[in-house]
Design a protein around this ligand. Sequence first.
Ligand SMILES: *Cc1c(COP(=O)(O)O)cnc(C)c1O
Length: 390
Amino acid sequence: MSPFSQKILQTLQQVLNTIQNQVIPLHEPFFFKNEWEYIKECLDTGWVSSAGKFVEIFELRLAEYTGTKYAVATVNGTAALHVCLKLVDVQPNDEVLIPALTFVATANAVTYCNAIPHFVDSNEATLGLCPEKLKSYLKDIADLQGKQCVNRFTQRRVKAVVPMHTFGHPVDLDPLLEVCNQYHLELVEDAAESLGSFYKGKHTGNWGAASALSFNGNKILTTGGGGAIITNDEEIAKLAKHLTTTAKIPHRWEYVHDQIGYNYRLPNINAALGCAQLEQLPWFLAQKRTLAEKYQEAFEHVEGIRFFTEPGFATSNYWLNVLILDKYYMSERNNLLQLTNDQGIMTRPAWNLLHHLPMFADCPRMELEVAESLQQSLINLPSSVNLIDK
Ligand SMILES: *Cc1c(COP(=O)(O)O)cnc(C)c1O
């Protein structure tokens, strides 16, 4: 064990206050009293499935919290992303610009539309898609034909950009929006990880025409599985509800569907869990911020490593905490992962860059220098909300 790895392990043990053989998960859900109460109400009344009051309440509370006009709950975050892309009219054979450093769901959603992911490099200060790099890249590869952006090399239409707020840290949205306006690109935010994260005082998910949230078990709050589409556009919200509920025309008994829709609605029992979890969100966020501050303080004077903190324009939810190894220590990453996991402290690397996966290997992409370097130097730390009270 190198002195470097030893030092990191000790620092983590000190922050997490661990004892031998105790396992510290990467991210655990946390439930209070109302989770039991609301789910029991679903069971007692029989409203567990596709109808019931909790879906509506959850949607209203989500819109209220995120400051968006509308929220449509979905069965998971991937489904929300898929429908978001449909809502901005991504068509088969279109290209959609997404970061190479993201969870596979971002690219999968693009392919569900028979469109093609086009990978963009990351920004070191945000860990997300880099607007400046995208701008100069589009200058080289994109032609504007009327109000359409066309990839000069593939002749395909470039329809949309999907930034992802990595581990809860917001992308620099204003310059990105400028690029979108200049090239007539639709903006869809993958806000799956950023519930509770704000950009210049406004909640993430307010910049795109439609944005996707996730409430999977490992996210900042969970509905078991679940997601939502948030938007400020009434027409888009109506269409989102329609597409996620099999495109059925409301009628007391007739089954009339006016297009191919999806069975993507969130069951009432999951929404009940979500309502209870949302009540705890302010506390979750406070706990996470305190934990992040502890990590930051502890790693401040450790050589060769940096604890990632929110960019100046953002208030992050610190969903998953991040350490970044200096170039010189990058080769220690695997040792560190091994050592910490052996000691019961669950750490994780970043996702493999998507163009390294077989199904996306042939997708168009720009130079991915920063994403490559982040992928090799980034480590996620245990981040559950109950870690600081032990
Ligand atoms: C979690 C996540 C999603 C959606 O995931 P689901 O498990 O389908 O809810 C999408 N994108 C990113 C970046 C995510 O982290």
